[in-house]
Design a protein around this ligand. Structure first.
Ligand code: AMP
Ligand code: MG
Length: 424
């Protein structure tokens, strides 16, 4: 089945007014997962996608140990009321276990992390105690049996799943793997993503800006967003609006990558050749999405010599490029890379101004989130929201997400904001 046939099975499918959620759902079903796996050292695994579950081979911690500097004792030695006096039999330090037997009525000086000898179940912190000759004196009520003991396996028990396949490894995960003694982990190979800009009006940095031309900025925002996703990138530059140049670019991009991202040339009534070449080389759908900014987008597959690459034809306007990337491409690439993308965390913030919003499309307004004097989150819209005004994106620290069915927003209403932190 080609994509047109698959898409026409979606209830109420209308390529000219496609809700964002429907487009996202369709793309999620379309993307294949990269199967190739490589073994890497844990420090090279930061941000990579784990290709297999990691099960703990050991108990972490491996022994019961002390959570405090103090004295290890038997809970049963603690007096019912009044002080407890115990003889200090010796000392145990982290990494150096006390070897001898300790009879009842005795205790052991113990340091944080030191192994608890089996006869002890309790640690009294040293600041609650005083020494009198060879005795330590513990006032009533400062410790109960079982206090300040870390149990063997309380972090992770042997055989327990520690990390699941599809997880993008974080600094905490690297530490967790190290705590299991793992030197290497299997990860999915990095995705390769090729991209280029289309449009005769585009000039690259270093070229003179001829009359009526603009510098190509999309290749830089796309490059930056791809870097944050941890994929390998192939930048094919600005491609002129000529069939032969476009065909060569699509062929070389698709042949050497898992996904191809282009910007420009997909709007309705676009005079240039981009859409024609996409149609000819691939199985491609042209959408007008019910969103702002954004709207035109092409999605499909290009098959070159038996190798399939996913195609994202993004709109040309610089803000629309970033918004469509975050709305559609980011999750798709994460899925292809083997990850299980989680919904982005949303912040509820009070909008400082009224916003006009038509129900029936998703809007992404650029906002500056801050804390009000009363400690509540508030968001102010960054000036003009034109889809060509990249400064609105640069000034913003988040996107105000106005949902499909939502209408006008009054000043002081709460809105959903996607913070850029962690996203961009
Ligand atoms: P298009 O979708 O090709 O009609 O482009 C829409 C608008 O975005 C036009 O004003 C283009 O000049 C602008 N544009 C397209 N591609 C780029 C780019 N790579 N960098 C900056 N502006 C662009
Ligand atoms: Mg164009």
């Amino acid at each position: 089945m080609n994509l047109e046939q698959i898409a026409s099975c979606i209830a109420g499918y209308d390529p000219n007014a496609l809700p964002v959620a429907q487009a996202q759902e369709f793309i999620a079903r379309l993307v294949p997962r990269v199967e190739a796996v490589e073994q890497v050292a844990i420090r090279s695994a930061l941000g990579r996608v784990l290709a297999a579950d990691v099960v703990s081979p050991i108990d972490v911690p491996a022994h019961d140990n002390s959570a405090m500097d103090g004295y290890a004792l038997r809970g049963s030695d603690l007096g019912a009321g009044g002080e407890t006096r115990l003889i200090v039999a010796g000392a145990g330090f982290a990494g150096a276990q006390f070897a001898g037997e300790v009879p009842p009525g005795h205790c052991l000086r113990i340091m944080t992390g030191a192994v608890m000898p089996p006869e002890f179940d309790t640690v009294v912190p040293q600041e609650f105690t005083r020494l009198e000759g060879e005795h330590v004196v513990i006032p009533a009520g400062v410790v109960r049996p079982g206090d300040n003991r870390r149990l063997k396996g309380e972090d992770l028990a042997r055989g327990e799943p520690a990390l699941s396949r599809g997880r993008q490894l974080t600094p905490a995960d690297l530490g967790l793997l190290a705590s299991l003694g793992r030197a290497e982990v299997p990860v999915h190979r990095r995705l390769r993503v090729a991209f280029f800009s289309t449009g005769d009006e585009l000039r690259s940095i270093g070229e003179p800006l001829d009359e009526g031309c603009v510098y190509d900025s999309n290749r830089y925002t796309i490059w930056g967003m791809l870097q944050r996703l941890g994929v390998d990138v192939l930048d094919l530059g600005v491609v002129r609006d000529e069939p032969a140049a476009l065909e060569a670019a699509f062929r070389s991009a698709a042949a050497s990558s898992d996904a191809v991202i282009t910007s420009g040339g997909v709007s309705v009534g676009e005079a240039d050749h981009t859409k024609q070449i996409m149609k000819r080389l691939g199985d491609v759908l042209f959408w007008r999405i019910a969103m702002r900014p954004g709207r035109p987008m092409a999605i499909g597959r290009i098959s070159i010599g038996g190798h399939d690459a996913l195609l994202f034809g993004l709109p040309g306007n610089p803000v629309a490029v970033m918004v469509t990337f975050y709305a559609f491409v980011r999750d798709a690439l994460l899925r292809m890379a083997g990850a299980t993308p989680q919904p982005l965390p949303l912040l509820r913030a009070r909008c400082t101004s009224a916003l006009r919003k038509k129900p029936g499309r998703t809007e992404y307004q650029r906002g500056i989130v801050s804390r009000s004097e009363t400690g509540q989150w508030q968001v102010a819209i960054t000036g003009s929201q034109g889809s060509g005004i990249l400064r609105s994106m640069s000034q913003a620290n988040g996107i105000v997400l106005l949902h499909h069915d939502q209408g006008d927003v009054a000043a002081g209403d709460e809105v959903d904001v996607v913070p850029f932190e962690g996203l961009i």
